[in-house]
Design a protein around this ligand. Structure first.
Ligand code: UDP
Ligand code: MG
Length: 332
């Protein structure tokens, strides 16, 4: 099997109902790109089963039997979408690679535009959502806030309203593979890697089947991962906050000493002492918390564990036939 021109990476977690519709919709679109792309044209779809608990894996095996250019890697448990994307990037063959959601929120029709821009020499063609009307208002607002905060704090600017849906040239894929970190905030890694980038606009559709796997808690964790991996400003800012507070405290101390010398000791001042103690206590706890976020991440990185664990491979060059996938060697 020679290297395909376009590879799609599709992470899936509990998406049994979404696999077949995705394949049905995307494969004809990929095939229709043939005339535009010329006789060399070839493609593959690589699903990453991110520890699904439902029939997702069975659906993937079925999809591979029907269409061998659809293959899959099954992870040993749920590692999260970012780790699943890493598994895809490490195992994908294409000259151009596009991560896509299985819920068809990323319209596959845009792939043609992406390839066309890639042919003109761009190494990254990211999809920008023309509108986010399919997202709820709170989600739009928090997303907006996040992009602003990230780009204000970090030198690696991530394009606003661009998701993981983007075409990446093989060169970019090889750079991402070299990145050793366990914390895989993909958008941050893409932004860091540079290269000639351009955008294509698209309308984000409603989720076709199933429901979102991201609640606000997961998104909050993702946001913290993103900022801590791209910026050390939250860590350094406390020296400046501390310096300002120390200067104010020094001025206040001078004033208190002067007042005591001039007017003698007075015991009033309970309120100001409490305010100072509570305020400083709060600032210290906050800065310790930020420190903890970073130290915790250093611990995770220092352990050097793998980012994901592969359990099975379905289809592809060196995989056993799908029927054999579950026939493990019996323990003697
Ligand atoms: N996903 C995954 N692992 C997870 C959570 C989600 O592989 O732990 C996949 C999911 O199956 C889907 C994609 O990531 O293909 C995007 O998820 P979702 O549509 O739930 O996110 P949203 O579009 O709501 O942000
Ligand atoms: Mg979705």
């Amino acid at each position: 099997m020679s290297r395909p021109i376009l590879s799609l990476i599709v992470p899936v977690k509990d998406e049994e109902a979404a696999i077949a519709p995705f394949v049905h919709r995307v494969v004809p679109i990929l095939e229709a790109l043939g005339p535009q792309e010329g006789p060399e044209w070839s493609w593959e779809i690589l699903f990453i089963d991110d520890g699904s608990q439902d029939r997702t894996l069975a659906e993937l095996i079925l999809a591979n039997q029907r269409e061998p250019r659809v293959r899959a890697i099954s992870l040993s448990r749920n590692f999260g979408k970012e780790a699943a994307l890493s598994a895809g990037i490490d195992n994908v063959g294409g000259d151009a690679v596009v991560p896509m959601d299985v819920d068809l929120q990323d319209p596959p029709e845009v792939l043609g535009d992406m390839l066309a821009k890639w042919r003109t020499g761009y190494e990254v063609v990211y999809g920008v959502r023309r509108n986010r009307l399919t997202d709820s208002l709170p989600k739009r607002l928090t997303a907006d806030l996040y992009y602003r905060a990230h780009n204000w704090l970090s030198d690696d600017k991530i394009p606003e309203h661009a998701g993981d849906f983007r075409l990446l040239d093989r060169k970019v894929i090889e750079v991402i593979k070299l990145m050793p970190e366990r914390n895989r905030f993909m958008k941050g890694l893409f932004a860091w890697s540079g290269f000639r980038q351009t955008a294509v606009e698209y309308d984000r559709a409603e989720r076709a089947v199933g429901e979102t796997k991201f609640n606000y808690l997961k998104l909050w964790k993702l946001a913290i991962d993103g900022i801590t991996s791209a910026s050390t400003v939250p860590l350094r800012i406390w020296s400046y906050v501390g310096a300002v507070i120390a200067m104010v405290a020094f001025a206040y101390a001078l004033y208190l000493i002067g007042r005591t010398i001039l007017w003698g000791v007075d015991l009033a001042g309970y309120a100001s002492i409490m305010v100072a103690v509570l305020f400083l206590g709060g600032v210290q706890l906050l800065s310790l918390g930020v420190l903890g976020e970073y130290v915790g991440r250093i611990l995770v990185e220092a352990k050097h564990r793998p980012i994901y664990v592969v359990r099975d491979r379905i289809g592809g060059p060196d995989a056993p036939p799908a029927e054999d996938t579950f026939q493990h060697t019996p323990i003697a």
